[in-house]
Design a protein around this ligand. Structure first.
Ligand SMILES: Cc1cc2nc3c(=O)[nH]c(=O)nc-3n(C[C@H](O)[C@H](O)[C@H](O)COP(=O)(O)OP(=O)(O)OC[C@H]3O[C@@H](n4cnc5c(N)ncnc54)[C@H](O)[C@@H]3O)c2cc1C
Length: 653
């Protein structure tokens, strides 16, 4: 069904220019891959099916959120474009989890979809060492186990020294709306047969499914019936150096926001909240037989953490209502994204159930919701540089590796692009450790555990989450990025200045006493903060620097404790798990964890740790349960220490 049809190419045209790196795809992974490779100094070519859809947000018009916001700041700390582009084109900014500990606070921005795309295209077009061409890659060329180039479906052959495939949801993509199914990478975009070439090379290929909700015409929504949700004032940006936004005189036509007089200026738009009703649920239930998901036509595994509305109604049948967010898709469009009702039900059912929701009684659909099934390549086939183990010089990044989300894709793109370029230059690879970055956790999980369902980042996946704060991403990663050539000398100089200020403030905090107690000790108290510093001390460095120092001191005890706890847990990986253990008896374990353990039946804690989707917090809970249930024979003092560990990690998250 998916074989290349109609065309028989008799003669290939070989593009005269030789590139160091070819990037296939211009989604979030492709963008960061191409930018990273060209920043490092490699001649790079980005090939994409459609130059008009560069950086398209296929689903919700937002970047960031818990753990994802951390990733965006890490990308920014390494010179990537996602954070700054979201700052320049955002229409609502919020810091999530403000009331919780600093490690789980995360920035999120609603973006103007079109401005985001077009500004990103302008950035790519202005990047030195980078060419862009519209082309559909039909084959990856391999000679003696080494990638040597690509062929396009128009008969063009391009030689290179590395190829990075970032094909997202496009490989043998199949779109579903009710009883109708057709090929496509996403609605209105062609699918790609490239996975056939990858299969022939010997790669294992799996099948996933994801979905998106309908977009409504704002003129048909009765907003006064909804609860309003505004952005934060002042708006929290992603980029560590966002003060250049809107300043440059040329090529800023897609930039909506600007930085002036020490302030980030955004004309923010609100989002709106409404809820499904019992009637909505009845309509959906009555039409499940027309759903491709429940009718059995969709075979691919769906996303656990972003289920369709039909899935939510079936799986959480006791819930009488689900919260929905109406999110603007941009400043100059009336399209609204309905966050929370991803669906592939038929068009008439979508319209009927929508109109049973308060504020949407007269709703008009501009684009219907749909599901897409596509091929992905299980990521255990990759090394930590994201190079495939099978073909040297071939890298994979983004949704093609089984992940879900723009941020996860962009992070992999950056690492694959950097490593492809570093390999071409014969330099050491860039591999981030899971203890130093969420990007490290992401790639470590993917390549070591693989994934049999969409992988999405959560703070709970990180062992070192108290240390991996969004606000210290530059301190953790900018030096690594600079030594790989991902950061300019100008930016490095600004970063060094910040580090000098941090050192100065840290010394002041440890060397200055207030009423006989060093400021560093006072910072550990919950009731002492930057605002309590004496005026002279306070004004000696910028407030933002003091805030970082305060957080460091407040949480250093917890972070040290977490490291110790991780070390202890690691040493218990030999701990045996009794045969036939019923995981339902262990309180605190997530449903996903119970499900996976019941299937895998691990015999030791070490084996538990290697199961995809099992988090460090899960392992801790199991270890404590085993010791509390006297199944380990360890002394009671140890058991008490375990319980304190658990309390500590819960208190901070
Ligand atoms: C319907 C739908 C619903 C989604 N829902 C969610 C969600 O709820 N939550 C979430 O986090 N994520 C969701 N996503 C996923 C999100 O869009 C992706 O995670 C993200 O876009 C992945 O980025 P990427 O760069 O890997 O791929 P994409 O953004 O998909 O980009 C792929 C790029 O590759 C190009 N391409 C593909 N094949 C070829 C070829 N052979 N030759 C040249 N170019 C090629 C395409 O043109 C495109 O530019 C959804 C996606 C879709 C389509």
């Amino acid at each position: 069904m998916f074989a290349t049809e109609l065309s028989v190419i008799t003669k290939m045209y070989t593009l005269p220019a030789e590139y160091d790196v070819i990037v296939v795809g211009s989604g979030h992974a492709g963008i960061e891959a191409a930018l990273a490779a060209s920043r490092i100094g490699c001649r790079t070519l980005m090939l994409t099916q459609n130059l008009d859809t560069i950086g398209q947000m296929s689903c919700n018009p937002a970047i960031g959120g818990p753990a994802k916001g951390h990733i965006v700041r890490e990308i920014d700390a390494m010179g990537g474009a996602m954070g700054l582009n979201a700052d320049a084109t955002g229409i609502q900014f919020r810091m999530l989890n403000r009331a919780k500990g600093p490690s789980v606070r995360a920035p999120r921005a609603q973006c103007d979809k079109k401005a985001y795309q077009f500004r990103m295209k302008a950035i790519l077009e202005q990047t030195e060492n980078l060419d862009l061409k519209q082309a559909t890659v039909s084959e990856v060329l391999v000679d003696s186990g080494i990638a040597v180039g690509v062929d396009t479906d128009l008969g063009v052959r391009i030689a290179r020294r590395s190829v990075i495939v970032t094909s997202g949801t496009f490989l043998r993509g199949l779109l579903h709306v009710g009883e109708s199914s057709k090929r496509g990478g996403r609605m209105a975009d062609a699918s790609s047969t490239l996975s056939t070439s990858l299969l022939q090379l010997g790669f294992e290929v799996g099948r996933f499914k994801t979905g998106t909700p309908c977009r409504l015409d704002a003129r048909s929504v009765d907003f006064p019936q909804c609860q309003i949700q505004r952005g934060d004032d002042p708006p929290p940006p992603f980029a560590f150096y966002h003060d250049a936004i809107g300043i440059s005189s040329c090529n800023e036509i897609f930039t909506l926001n600007h930085y002036r007089d020490g302030k980030f200026h955004v004309e923010q738009l609100p989002c709106w909240i409404t809820h499904t009703t019992l009637r909505t649920h009845e309509i959906i239930r009555a039409n499940l037989h027309r759903s491709p998901l429940y009718g059995g036509r969709i075979k691919g595994t769906g996303p656990r953490y972003c289920p369709s509305i039909e899935d939510k109604i079936v799986k959480f049948s006791d819930k009488t209502s689900h919260q929905l967010f109406l999110e603007p898709e941009g400043r100059h469009t009336s399209e609204y994204y309905v966050n929370g009702i991803s669906t592939s039900l038929p068009y008439d059912v979508q319209l009927e159930f929508l109109r049973s929701i308060p504020a949407l009684e007269r709703a008009e659909i501009m684009r219907p919701g749909y599901a897409v099934e596509y091929d992905y390549l299980p990521p255990h086939q990759l090394s930590p540089t994201l190079e495939t183990k099978l073909v040297s010089g071939l890298y994979l990044a983004g949704q093609v590796n089984g992940t879900s989300g723009y941020e996860e894709a962009a992070a992999q793109g950056l690492i694959a692009g950097a490593n492809a370029a570093l390999k071409v230059q014969g330099r050491s690879p860039l591999v981030l450790d899971k203890g130093e970055a969420y990007i490290g956790v992401l790639i470590d999980d993917l390549v070591n555990k693989g994934t049999d369902e969409h992988y999405r980042m959560f703070t709970s996946r990180a062992e070192n989450r108290l240390f991996l704060r969004h606000d210290n991403a530059d301190q953790r990663l900018t030096p690594r990025a600079f030594s790989s050539g991902l950061i300019t000398h100008t930016r490095w100089a600004s970063f060094r200045k910040k580090i000098d200020l941090l050192d100065q403030a840290r010394q002041m905090a440890t060397g200055t006493k207030l009423r006989g107690t060093p400021i560093s000790q006072l910072f550990k108290r919950p009731d002492f903060g930057v605002k309590d510093l004496p005026a002279g001390t306070f004004s000696s460095v910028p407030t933002a620097v003091w805030e970082l120092i305060e957080t460091d001191f407040k949480y250093e005890g917890y972070a040290a404790r977490q490291s110790e706890q991780n070390r202890r847990l690691e040493s218990r990986h030999q701990q045996a798990i009794p045969d036939g253990l019923d995981y339902n008896n262990i309180t605190g374990l997530r449903f996903e964890t119970r499900q996976k353990l019941a299937t895998a039946r691990p015999t030791s804690l070490g084996q538990v740790a290697r199961i995809s989707g099992i988090t460090p917090a899960d392992i801790l809970i199991i270890s404590i349960w085993l010791s509390k249930s006297n199944l380990t024979g360890r002394p009671s003092a140890q058991r008490e220490a375990d319980c304190m560990d658990l309390q500590c990690s819960r208190a901070r998250l």
